[in-house]
Each structure stands twice: as C-alpha cells, then as structure tokens.
Write a protein that binds this ligand. Sequence first.
Ligand code: MIC
Ligand code: SF4
Length: 658
Amino acid sequence: MGQTLTEKILDDHLVEGELEPGEEIGIEIDQVLTQDTTGTMVWLQFEALDLDEVQTELAAQYCDHQTYQFDFKNTDDHRFLRSAAGTYGAYFSRPGNGICHNVHKENFAAPGKTLLGSDSHTPTPGGLGQFAIGAGGLDISVAMGGGAYYVEMPEVVNVRLEGELPEWSTAKDVILEMLRRLTVKGGVGKVFEYTGPGVETLSVPERTTITNMGTELGATSSIFPTDGKTRDYLARQGRADEYVELSPDEDAEYADEIVVDLSEIEPLVAAPSMPDNVVPVREVAGESVDQVIVGSCTNGGYEDILPAAKMLEGREIDMKTEMVVAPGSKQASELLAREGWTAEMMAAGVNFSEATCGACIGIGHVPASDSVSLRTFNRNFEGRSGIEDDSVYLCSPEVAAASAIAGELVDPRDLAGELGELEPPGLELPDQYDGSKTDIIEPEESVDDGLVKGPNIGAAPIGEPLDADIEGSVLLKMTDNITTDHIIPATSDILMYRSNIEKLSEFTLSRVDDTFAQRALDSNGGVLVAGENYGQGSSREHAAMCPQFLGIEAVLAQSFARIHKANLFNFGILPLAIDDDTYERIEQGDDVEVVTDVAPAIAAGETEFTVRVNDDWEATAELDASERERRILEAGGKLRLTKEQYSEGGGGAAPADD
Ligand code: MIC
Ligand code: SF4
C-alpha cells in the first residue's frame, strides 16, 4: 500500500511506535522555533535540564509578540532570549524582524524536514512541504536537547482541491470554507493533506495561509506536496538548493476525503467571535466598520499586503474608518517600502505598524468600545483584541481593503461593480525577496556572555509527585470551546509576566471569572469542569502551569484540544474525560473526589476512574493516556521526570521520555 506524504515524512523521522492512527509515535525533530512569549520558559527549562547545547539541526528564537516593549519586562525578556540563543546555539531574530512563522518561512522552512515550535501556528510551513507541529514549550526544550517528540499518530485526511480560484476569492476564503464545513473541532487528531489539480494553481504564500489556519480547525498539522511553485518560491528567497520534490504515493490511502472546488469559493468572513462562524461577505454587507487591520502570520506577507496596496492606490479610506497595516516581517516592510507601496498606502490613510503580532493579541490597536473591527488574522475569540465584548470579523486582505474604502463590510466584487474602475489585484511575488539579513544573529555570532536575567525572570517550576488523593471543589464550571486566551489572556497587561509564573497565575481564567485565582488559592486547589474542546487555541503551556501553581489537580472536560492536553500532562494535571450526563449534572461548588486510588491506577494503566460528587452520586471519568504520559503524571510533570532521567543517564543530551 502506498503512503501519504505525512506518512513518508513521519516514517523518515520515526524513532518509536507505529504509524497507526491513535497510537503514540516518537519522531526526531530537525528544526525548532520559539518566540518571545513562550521562549523564556523554553530556555529556563533548558537551563533546568542542565543541557549545554542545542542538538537539533537548527533552532531559531524569534521576538515578535511583545515588540513594542512598553514595559522593561518585555525588553528584559528579549535580552534574556538573545543571551539564551547565543549561549545554547540558536539563531536569534531581533525584536521587530517579524512574526516567527513569517520569518521562519522566509529563511529556514525546508521541505521534508520536521519542525516543532512553541506556537500553535507552527504548521505554517506545511505550505512548503515541511511537516511542522505546534507544542508546549517544555516539549520544545526536550526536543532541542535531542529528545524525540511524542504525539498521537493523526489520521491523514485528503483535501482534494479542484478548479481554480475566481477573481477576488483568495486562499483565506479556502480555509474559511474549511472552517465553515468542519468547525474549530473538526481537525482534532488529524492532518490535512492537500492534493489534486487545484494545488498547482496556488503559490506558496497562498498555501501557507491555508496551512497556518489549519490550526483553527484543531488539526495536528496541514501539508502540501512540493512542486515547481515551491522551487520557484525558494529560488526567489535565495534558497533554491533546499528544494526537495515530495508527493504522496498514487495509491496512498487516506482516512477521509474532502473535496473543495476552488472555482466555487467566494469571499467569506468569520463573524464574531469564533473562527468557524463563517458566512459569505454578502450576508453581512453594510455593517459599518470602525477599524481594518491587514497583517498577522496568516495574511501579513508581502503578497498579502500588495493586493490591498494596489486597491488603495489613488484612493482614500473612508473617513469614519481607521486602517492599520502590520506586516508579518521586516522583509515584507522593506520590499513594500522600496517599491513605493508604503507611501501609497500612507497617502490613502493607512497607519503603518512595525512587524509584530501586536493587535492579534490585543497589544496595540485595541478596538473602540461597541465597534466593529475587520482583520485578516486567524483568531477572533471574544476579548482577544484587548476589549471584552469586541466584535471582530476575520477576512482576506481584499475584503479588508474594499471595506476600508467603503467604510462598511462589502464584497469586493460589489465594490468593483459600484466603482467601475477597481481591478482585481491578483497575487504577485517579487522577483527576488531582497532585503537585509541584519536582524538575524547566527548562533556563532553571540553577543552575550552567559544568560542575562532581569528581575522579572523567575525559575522554571519543577512539579511535585502526584498527590495520593484528588479531591476538592469544582472551582469553575465552563462551557464548550474554552480557549487558552480564556485561561491565560495574552493582552499587554498580562503578557509581560510570562517569565514569572507566580504573578501570571493571578490572571488565571480571569476572562471567565476574575475571582477564580483568589478562590483557588483560598481553597488550596480544586478541580475544573469544562465542555468540549477545552484549551483550544494557542500552545501556551502557561495555561497548564498557572492552574498547577494554583493547586488545580484535575480537569474534568467532555474533550480536550491536543496541545493543551499534552501541556496538562507535562505539568502533572490529570485530564479526565466526562460524558454529557456527568457534565450536565455536575455544578460549580460541588465537592469532587476521585475515589479510585489515583497513583496506582495511573501506573497500572487504568482508563476508568470513579468520581464521587457531594458524597451523593458517582460517575465514571476516563483517562486516555499513553504509558509515557502516565509516567509523566506519576513523576509530577515532564520537567521533573526528564531531569531524573538525565541525571540517571549522566546528563547531557538524551532521548526524551524513556
Ligand atoms: C496566539 O496566537 O495565541 C499566540 C500568542 O501566538 C500563542 C502563543 C502564546 O501564547 O505565546 C499560540 O498561538 O500558540
Ligand atoms: Fe502572532 Fe497572532 Fe500569529 Fe499568534 S496568531 S503568532 S499572536 S500573529
């Protein structure tokens, strides 16, 4: 039987297990990336593991989320990250050089290689045939130390692309269509592999918009085969020699097939406040728009901004609307500036930002109260923009620019009809992605002598072995699709404490209930209850570290998002799955006791745990954990376990978890 492209790459990197969907596999990691809000913990954990040097072929540290440096704590984090990259042997991308996914795509993404990143949109270079996965920071530290990465072998789904995109429809609309069909839970446990005749009609930047937002489907990863378009893109980036031809076997067998006819795709938006709340732009046309932002790791490339710039050339943004362009990388900013497009956009009324994540997580350009913001980003979770009760729509750069001109949501086809002379801008790549590389410091060019830590940089917490009894009250009962933005918001006031877990914990679940952290401390811990897809969204391990710090021992949820579940294991919190009846019956404030003897049951491989509620009724909760995950739980978390294993093995680089 032939292999899918995913199976081929995983087979090449397999160090443990079999490529059976649902089975845990261990894979070798070629490249890692980390950024400035998850990276500090990555390096603190690397330090705690007493490791001396990065073992992967390549490691890259980006500074992208907190680049406005409005507090010394942000700048201290950047200085620490530069010192860690230099000390341990990683590339360092300076603050302002761009978003990790964009800069990685431009400089390092390589077909056929594996990439692990401490950011949930790490699968972006799947558009170039790289097999890339997002994970919690501790998994990155261990992989950088030479350990394997363990993940459940996903089902591989064939997304067959047919036809060609019509004018004004874009790659963003393709992935919004996938979200419309499959929802934010539709990709859990899956890899989306794009095939079919439509693939060759899409350029690499279009493909990476699709793979980037596969994360919003909950997918483990997304990948395209490589072809002339991939070779061409790499050549324009000056990296033609890194091209490798990759495709699935003709008789590859997929777990499922989805057909997307590109010729039927129309301009779409994700309405507030979930990326799968997708409707045609025409359905919401006429809604007044206060703010428009083009940027982010989804649509912040040169090729994304150029169409908007062309549409704005010689025009003006509507007087009641503000528009910001936030390029994904300095390479994009530099090219647009050299070609005169920045000036055109400024003349049209655009405010040009530095290359940063910024507004995507509520850092800068926070929408006005009771206003509508239209963004080319990938997430519109409620409150993520920096104001509760926000109203954020997600769309393509073309829809964004058209709506900025009109001052209201408009399908660009209709605006073109109205204005008469508005041409579809199409998609254009520069002949060469020229630009300076001065913002990337190579490992051997280190400017620091050892780690430089400011006063806000704490230590990586090392867990305690599992408690014999798990009991406490339900401190919070939550609904479906709770995001990590609910658990630990990423807005400017909170983000600066990512290196200081004690302080950061004060904000735990504040977006759901701002009395939670204090209640948890007062009651000496307890348990959490949630609905489906608990912990969707980002890779931030702080969403497990902070509850652990507050004494949370177990989360009882109907289902969990992949990365968050792994993070719960990594920090010694028991993720128990409950059924619909139990979820309906259990209430906030109830007393819960796991009556099964927890530690021996985990060690014995038990999957069913009896939970007694209010000393009155009982339910069964399930633990779906591999042997490796059970060992992590018993040890009180992955850092403690890995440390023990390294000291037994004499230190230095060692395989991860067994
Ligand atoms: C996000 O988009 O939510 C982030 C901020 O990039 C996160 C990483 C983080 O929380 O630091 C992600 O996607 O993993
Ligand atoms: Fe940055 Fe937003 Fe992309 Fe996360 S989703 S990496 S915050 S641009």
